[in-house]
Ligand binder design. Structure first.
Ligand code: NAD
Ligand code: UFG
Length: 336
């Protein structure tokens, strides 16, 4: 298949692009590089031995995405492009609604005009909000607690309405739990701009000496060790999930929603321990107060994706930390 990947220069997009190329698909990437660099794609090209046509453009520029979709021959789109910083979305909600929601509307319009009717969308477990009813299944009511999460929820509604209006569409929303890790080569990985908000990239930067210690947000949660529990999923397992979603849509239409997680929760302390073991060094930490809006426990019910998509995560926390560390230690300042 010929697949257009929006946001393909970013963290999950670059790993998925590599997986698609290795599976024999033809891939073209559209990205405005607002949170990424073309170096990731250069390295994906190197790892795959394939050329990746790259279009630098913004989804808010309708003519730019229109002309890429109009090129012809595109069978499906995987849509990663979006802003994802929860705190920034609270401070600047319009930026998030504009970029994520309006950007998606432009993409859908261009796809419609070009006759492309297959889409995989990057949603997030953040749509479940702070629900404590674990494991979180696809039937858990949606209740995002911040503007970023609400962009994902709103886009899912738009996609569902579109499928109802035109039975030719096949759309899959993948609700990722907590992505981490890197390709086993150590050549591509997560390269956060500024100080990372998320746990694993922060721990990795402590391990490589960019920060002194990890601040654990809360030690009084009702969890076995008092720290927050999350479902960390290896980015290469996520990439495989996108491949499975594309295959699943080949003989179906309509809207599908799947959780992509491991079904297994790890605490902040367990992540720090696993990363220390992978890096062969002690990672210093301190306890601080809870971070507003954080749930105590979040992990996925994986049964629907296993049955429906025939996909399950294969890699564990230890492997995730080893791969993340390999990337971080050989690229201490990311792609720069
Ligand atoms: P990322 O920031 O590394 O990648 C997103 C890419 O989209 C970047 O390369 C960025 O330059 C591009 N982009 C953003 N706005 C654009 C626009 N208007 N036009 C063109 N390109 C644009 O993020 P990621 O971690 O790879 O996440 C990919 C997707 O998955 C996002 O939609 C994110 O919300 C979602 N997601 C991520 C996580 C996570 O923890 N990483 C969890 C759940 C869902
Ligand atoms: N944590 C710390 N210290 C840190 C960072 C995080 O203790 O410096 C803790 C958090 O309190 C939480 C756990 O580590 O208990 C994981 O936090 P992350 O910020 O890594 O991840 P979240 O579960 O809060 O959210 C992430 C993304 C969301 C996404 C969600 C589900 O930030 O965008 O996963 O996919 F929606």
């Amino acid at each position: 298949m010929k697949v257009l990947v929006t946001g393909g220069a970013g963290y999950i997009g670059s790993h998925t692009t590599l997986t698609l190329l290795e599976a024999g698909h033809e891939v073209m990437v559209f990205d405005n590089l607002t949170n990424s660099s073309v170096e990731s794609l250069r390295r994906v090209g190197e790892l795959s031995g394939k050329k990746i046509p790259f279009y630098r453009g913004d989804l808010l520029d309708e003519t730019a995405i229109d002309s890429v979709c109009a090129e012809g021959g595109i069978d499906a789109v995987i849509h990663f492009a979006g802003l994802k910083a929860v705190g920034e979305s609270v401070a600047n909600p319009l930026k998030y609604y504009r970029n994520n929601v309006a950007g998606t509307l432009n993409l859908l319009g261009s796809m419609e005009r070009a006759g492309i009717r297959q889409l995989v969308f990057s949603s997030s477990a953040t749509v479940y909000g702070a629900s404590e009813r674990v494991p979180l299944s696809e039937q858990t009511p949606l209740d995002a607690t911040n503007p970023y999460g609400r962009t994902k929820e709103q886009i899912e509604v738009i996609l569902s309405d579109l499928c109802h209006s035109d039975p030719q569409w096949a759309i899959t929303a993948l609700r990722y739990f907590n992505p981490a890790g890197a390709h086993s080569s150590g050549r591509i990985g997560e390269d956060p701009q500024g100080v990372p908000n998320n746990l694993v990239p922060f721990v990795a930067q402590v391990a490589v000496g960019r920060h002194e210690k990890v601040l654990i947000h809360g030690s009084d949660y009702p969890t076995p060790d008092g720290t927050g529990v999350r479902d960390y999923i290896h980015v290469m397992d996520l990439a495989d999930g996108h491949l499975a979603a594309l295959q699943h849509m080949q003989d179906r239409t309509g809207m599908f929603r799947w959780n992509l997680g491991t079904g297994f929760g790890s605490s902040v302390l367990e992540v720090i321990d696993a990363f220390s073991a992978a890096a062969g060094k002690r990672i210093a930490f301190d306890y601080g107060p809870r971070r507003p809006g954080d749930a105590a426990i979040s992990y996925s019910d994986v049964s629907a994706a296993q049955l429906g998509l025939g996909w399950a995560a294969k890699r564990n926390l230890a492997q995730m930390c080893e791969d993340h560390w390999r990337w971080q230690k050989s690229n201490p300042t990311g792609y720069n």
